[in-house]
Design a protein around this ligand. Sequence first.
Ligand SMILES: Cc1cc2nc3c(=O)[nH]c(=O)nc-3n(C[C@H](O)[C@H](O)[C@H](O)COP(=O)(O)O)c2cc1C
Length: 197
Amino acid sequence: MTDILSDRDLDLIFREARSYNRWQDKPVSDVTLQALYDLMRWGPTSANCSPARFVFLTSEAAKERVKPFLMEANVPKVMGAPVVAVVAHDDKFYDRIPELFPHNPGAREWFSEDEALAQETAFRNGTLQGAYLIIAARALGLDCGPMSGFDNAGVDREFFPDGQFKSNFLCAIGYGSEELLFPRSPRLAFDEACTVL
Ligand SMILES: Cc1cc2nc3c(=O)[nH]c(=O)nc-3n(C[C@H](O)[C@H](O)[C@H](O)COP(=O)(O)O)c2cc1C
């Protein structure tokens, strides 16, 4: 028993995982979505603030609501997916800090009294949580298709009319089909992206 994932696990999560454009006709159950949230929620956020909020669109009717706001090329990627997550964050995330960061409940005021810091924190940590969602989905054998090609303000009006939640990106979730999958693009080499001081 080692404390490292197997090569096969690392392939599944990173090296062989792709961003899918088309989807197998295979459903994703609500139980699977609950297992996905249960796993991803353990990823770290600053002051454990956990600002991400997710709306899982699972029905045709729900996906129709997002369709008018999509970039044309993203329409089939969304409408053909069993599930599309709207990855959003709660602008008032700090109201939950006394419960989420119990050893320092006063941390709520770091954010409630500084609007710019609150927005930056919500976006940074909400984005990280969106990435945790992708990695957790892959770890559970699901595939993802993240998308930022849509009108965020329109999606916010449609799904979050009281203005408290803000959409960040969409993430199709399901079992990917190889159809329209481009050859894997390269990534930057260590020396191009990293400096060791
Ligand atoms: C935040 C984010 C937004 C993206 N937006 C779109 C999009 O709007 N439409 C699209 O077709 N692909 C979108 N992509 C997919 C990327 O192009 C893809 O992840 C990247 O080229 C790597 O592909 P690979 O995972 O198959 O190697 C997005 C990816 C991310 C992470």
